[in-house]
Design a binder for this molecule. Structure first.
Ligand SMILES: [Zn+2]
Length: 386
């Protein structure tokens, strides 16, 4: 069995709203090239994804919605016909072939699932996935089809096991949460900037699931300006307690890289230390509780030059158990892309220190986050005391 496989094909790049839209899959090319030039990945590590079938998309989406996406991609949608479905909006504009492009991203996550669940690899990475805002019958927040929702339902049906979904994107993983809100055998976990001022507005600690699924939805909304230490402390404590409580068979992580200080869309103050630690801890949990079964997908990340390639490369380093890279990035990578990049690169794996001015409210934010954690976990903490 391989340690890890990297799911990629050029087809994943066809998911492109426009040249000026913040969601830009060039991030994947930049990351893969960085890994190649670091010598961390070989061609034999790369697995070509398949496209998701309609039958598979129907695991998490309404037939009427899929038809609208197909029509939109063929240019056949009447004016405003897609608006009810979130298609043709400012966030999710129509682009040619949007159905196939979106189905490829889902297929990538399904390919990753089969690699892991059929025992060909312990871990699998599909950076093209992570479209966590996609709803059953509606596009939202740059996401058309929700690859994680489809993949989790696919795992449940095909392999009959318990799935823990861990979402560290700066935005709440709403689409995946609502897909499984009533479902006791699927656990969703999202740590994100509080929805008070940030899209999509949901993700309060009180969203704990419904009916039989009550107690299998976990939310950790952290304050704007939260830094690495507090983020990681919440993430690690909660991840471990939820894993011990829920006892998953497989872990799927969504690895949005938009909690970084440079990210233009959010207000968290993460640095590269965060992106080094997140996947290493996920691997530890998967190895300890799930015989290694871990599928990772991408997600948000809107500073595609300075942040995302370095951040996402760390997932691969963790999967392959390679030492943490330190010091300068490969000169050949920097010189290849610098001309195209609108900002000067950070030329090292680490961020410069300090990256930003000290946050005066640091202690207050840390305390507030700690109190939130207590509320978010109080049900399972009480349960374990019984
Ligand atoms: Zn995000």
């Amino acid at each position: 069995m391989k340690d890890a496989v990297f799911i990629f094909s050029e087809d994943q790049l066809s998911y492109s709203f426009s040249d000026t839209h913040p969601f830009n899959q060039k991030r994947i090319v930049l990351t893969l090239d960085l890994l190649k030039k670091t010598g961390a990945i070989q061609n034999a590590d790369i697995v070509t994804p398949r496209i998701a079938t309609d039958e598979e998309l129907l695991l998490a989406h309404d037939p009427a919605y899929i038809e609208i996406v197909k029509k939109a991609g063929r240019g056949e949608l009447q004016e405003n016909e897609g608006i009810l479905y979130g298609i043709g909006t400012e966030d999710t504009p129509i682009f040619p072939n949007m159905h196939d492009a979106s189905a490829y991203l889902v297929g990538g996550t399904l390919t990753a699932v089969d690699e892991v669940m059929e025992g060909r690899a312990k871990h699998a990475l599909n950076l093209g996935g992570g479209l966590h805002h996609g709803f059953k019958g509606k596009a939202s927040g740059f996401c058309v089809y929700n690859d994680s929702s489809v993949a989790i339902e696919y795992i449940r049906k095909k392999y009959g096991v318990r799935v823990l979904y861990i979402d560290t994107d700066a935005h709440h993983g709403d689409g995946v949460q609502w897909s499984f809100y009533d479902e006791p055998d699927i656990c969703t976990f999202s740590i994100h900037e509080t929805g008070r001022y940030l899209f999509p507005g949901t993700g309060a600690v009180t969203e704990r699931g419904n009916g039989g699924g009550y107690g299998t939805s976990f939310n950790f909304p952290i304050d704007a300006f939260t830094e690495d230490e507090s983020f990681l402390s919440i993430y690690k404590t909660a991840f471990k307690e939820v894993t011990e409580y829920f006892k998953p068979d497989v872990i799927l992580t969504q690895n949005g890289a938009d909690a970084h200080y440079f990210d233009p869309l959010t207000h968290l103050y993460g640095t590269m230390n965060l992106y080094r630690e997140i996947p290493r801890f996920a691997k530890e949990m998967a190895d300890q509780y799930c015989e290694g079964r871990w599928i990772a997908v991408g997600g948000g990340g809107y500073d595609i030059w300075r942040v995302v390639p370095r951040a996402w490369a760390h997932i691969w380093f963790a999967m392959k158990q390679l030492p943490t890279p330190i010091g300068p990035l490969p000169a050949s990578w920097l010189s290849k892309w610098q001309e195209e990049a609108p900002v000067p690169f950070i030329p090292t794996w680490e961020d410069p220190t300090p990256l930003y001015e000290p946050i005066p409210r640091k202690a207050e934010i840390t305390e507030k986050n700690a109190q939130m954690l207590e509320r978010a976990l109080h049900l399972i903490r009480n349960e374990s005391k019984k």
